[in-house]
Structures are given as C-alpha cells and as structure tokens.
Design a protein around this ligand. Structure first.
Ligand code: SAM
Length: 367
C-alpha cells in the first residue's frame, strides 16, 4: 500500500495484524511521532546550525529517514533486515532522494560511526541499543520506547531488568514510564561522561518518545545525575513526595494516612522538555503534515505543563471524594485562584499538575 506523510510517498506492505507478521513493519499510528520528529529536526538545525547528519537506526520501511532526507538531512537508513533495506532503497528512489542505506546491526554501525542526530525507534525497549546509540551520537539522540507495561511498573520485574530502576504502577503511569526511560538514558550517557538532557518528551499509552541533547564532560554529566531521585507514593490516599539523590530517603509510612508507601526510582526528576525548544518545534509544524493540528495541541500542552515529577487525575480524585467531575479549565482555575500553580498535562484529558497536595486540591476545588 502507498502511504503519504509530509512531503513523501512511500510503499509499505499490508500490515495483517498490527504489524506482526508483515515483511516490513509500518505503524500508521506513529504518524504524529514522525511529524513531530520532522519539526524537531528543523528546529534543532536552527538551534545547532552545524548539524547535518541523521541516522535512522531502525528504519523498517524507511519512512522516517526518507522524510529527514526530504528535509535536506544527510541521511543514513539502517536496518538489520534485508527486506527492510531493499524497501528503504525503493522508497528513496520513488521520492527521488539520495541517502545511504546500510543493512547492518545498528549497534555495530553506531559503535563505528557517529552522526549528529541518531534516531532509535525499535520494537519495544530501546535499551539494547542505548550504549551504542550514546557512542554514535554527536548532538541529539531521539528515542522511542513502546514497552509501556515494563516502563510504568505494570510488568514490574521486566521493568527492573530492562531499565535498572524500580518502576511503580501509579495513577500517573505514563509519566512514570517516561521518567524511568529518561533515567536509564541519562545513566547510560553518564557512563561516557556525557550529559543527556531531554529537550522534548511526550508519552501516550502506546509509547514514550524523547529527544536528548548531549553535552560532553564529567562535570555536566554529574549535574545530570543530580537530577535523578525517588518518588514516594501512597496508593491509599495518593499522597506523594520526591527526593533527589541516588540513595532513597523514604518516609517509613505515609504521613497522611500512615499506610505503606511505594518508592520508585532512580527516575528522572528534572524537566522533560526545554520550553524554548518546544516553541521552536511548534513553529516548524507545517500544513502538509497529517497530524499538524494534533501535534500543535500536544506541544502547546507540553509548553504549559508545570514542572513537577508526577500528576493527578481529576476524575479519580472526584470519585474518591464522592463528587461529580467538572470541566478541566474551571477545575484548574480554582486551583490557581487559591494560589497554587496548576496546569493540564499531555498524559490525558483529565490529568493535571499542581504544587498543591491532595487535601489542598480538595479544599481549593470544593464548590
Ligand atoms: N522507525 C520505523 C518507522 O518509523 O516506521 C519503525 C521501526 S520498527 C518498529 C523496528 C525495526 O528495527 C524493524 O524493521 C527491525 O528489522 C529493525 N531492527 C531490529 N533489530 C535491529 C538491529 N539490531 N539493528 C538494526 N535494525 C534492527
């Protein structure tokens, strides 16, 4: 079948069972992810003018790399699969674009060559590519993870094994997953004296995606490590707190209801986006992108998110309090009127961030 995205048209095989069993994988649902990738590449070139090379390390049909090539990136498309690289060649030709196509294990390629921007968009976890990707990246590493159950603690042991952190299945699960992924990537980069700072990150229930900007040096890598820490969370009353550092300093019990606390970490507690970069990416969304409107809304929400490592769900809180839910804008306005910081989040339509605690939220939003 033919698929048009952005400025390119590619051929991809029919995907019988959501990609499983197809000769070469293609997921139309990831168009938003790819549109934002193209806008981010455009914005990043303005932010770091000398960058020119882009590696699509796990290319499949090549749609992401073909789109980068159509945006004047000196592109390399890599896949371990013969059918995939053959399709990449055909898709470049169809669009009259030139790029280097490599049939290789991406880990071998990234260990031997470095690119300004590297994109790792594998099946499931990106961790098997993490060390090589850090070494093969000069400036910006873009990473997708689709193994959301291990990341958010729903598959606990698998999450611990893959990410070297303790994930917890909380009501802010997509954010937990994002911060576990960021923690693993930051710690991987730090092993090579590299600071990897997220300048754009977004998550859905299907995947987490982040863009990590690199800065070299032991001192800056240490500064990054300082932004790791632990979240302590009470499943009973939803109280939560966080502390920085690599040694968890958990209270013995929840200070509100005295029930058992769960601790997650080390997770990334720092900012997940650079607001200036988010603005720049939004400016580079263009009409020919199929998801431009949705992407623009997502970036606007990310831009406005206040900087806290967890969030709440209004419906879940209201249910606990035996109250009806109300329009999110009014709910958030009540928090602000009471003097708290508050914003929606991109993690869900009824989710919000605030510096108020659960009891303060209840009082501030009461009739
Ligand atoms: N980036 C693609 C897109 O936007 O449509 C989707 C990539 S697909 C999820 C993952 C691809 O990674 C598959 O084509 C698979 O053959 C490839 N792959 C798996 N292991 C690999 C490895 N070690 N090196 C390179 N490619 C690999």
């Amino acid at each position: 079948m033919r698929v048009s995205e952005g400025r390119v048209t590619v051929t991809v095989p029919e995907q019988p069972d959501a990609g499983k069993g197809a000769d070469v994988f293609f997921n139309p649902v990831q168009e938003l992810n790819r549109d934002i990738t193209v806008a981010a590449l455009r914005a990043y070139r303005e932010r770091t003018p000398r960058v020119s090379t882009y590696l699509d390390a796990t290319a499949a049909s090549g749609i992401r790399g073909v789109r980068a090539a159509a945006n004047d990136w000196e592109t390399t498309l890599c896949d371990i699969d013969d059918d995939a690289t053959a399709l990449c060649e055909r898709n470049l030709e169809r669009n009259d674009l030139a790029a280097s196509v490599r049939r290789s294990d991406a880990n071998v390629l990234m260990h031997s060559e470095a690119f300004d921007v590297v994109d790792v968009d594998p099946f499931g976890t990106p961790i098997p590519f993490a060390d090589a990707a850090v070494q093969g990246t000069k400036h910006l590493l873009c990473v997708t993870a689709t193994d959301t159950a291990p990341l958010c603690g729903a598959h606990f042991e698998s999450g611990v094994r893959s990410y070297g952190a303790v994930p917890r299945n909380t009501e802010f699960h997509a954010e937990m997953g994002m911060r576990v992924l960021l923690s693993a990537m930051v710690r991987t980069a730090a092993r090579y004296d590299i600071a990897a700072r997220p300048i754009l990150s977004h998550a859905t229930k299907h995947y987490a995606r982040t863009y990590l900007e690199f800065d070299h040096g032991a001192k800056v890598a240490n500064d990054c490590i300082d932004e790791l820490g632990y979240v302590h969370h009470c499943q009973h009353c939803l109280w939560r707190d966080h502390d920085y550092g690599l040694i968890a300093d958990a209270p013995e019990a929840c200070p509100v209801c005295e029930k058992h606390l769960q601790t997650a970490g080390p997770i990334w507690l720092g900012r997940t986006c650079d607001p200036a970069f988010v603005d720049a990416v939004a400016e580079h969304l263009t009409e020919e992108m199929g998801t431009a409107e949705e992407a623009n809304e997502l970036l606007a929400t990310l831009r406005a998110e206040i900087d806290t490592p967890t969030h709440y769900d209004q419906h879940r809180l209201c249910k606990r309090w035996g109250r009806g839910a109300e329009a999110m804008d009014e709910f958030i306005e009540k928090l602000r009127d009471a003097g708290y910081e508050a914003s929606r989040t991109h993690y869900g339509g009824t989710t919000f961030k605030t510096d108020a605690d659960v009891e303060e939220i209840r009082e501030a939003t009461a009739e």
